[in-house]
Design a protein around this ligand. Structure first.
Ligand SMILES: [Zn+2]
Length: 65
């Protein structure tokens, strides 16, 4: 039985597309995490932005009413 090879979406290395390759269609877990990491950073950019407005004092320049 021959294993079918598919190009890894991350590094283009031919990877076996079979049940023996848990990372398919990627060549390795590293390439899979890289791809998922890129996807996550596209959708969720909250990690790089710490919330600094929580304890901000009320503005003294604002004139309520
Ligand atoms: Zn790869």
């Amino acid at each position: 039985m021959t294993e079918r090879l598919v190009p890894c979406p991350t590094c283009r290395t031919p990877a076996p597309f079979s049940e023996r390759n848990p990372w398919r269609p990627f060549c390795s877990g590293r390439c899979r995490s890289v791809d998922l990491g890129a996807w996550a950073s596209e959708g969720y950019r909250v990690d790089a932005e710490p919330a600094t407005d929580v304890d901000a004092p009320p503005s003294s320049t604002a004139s309520p009413h």
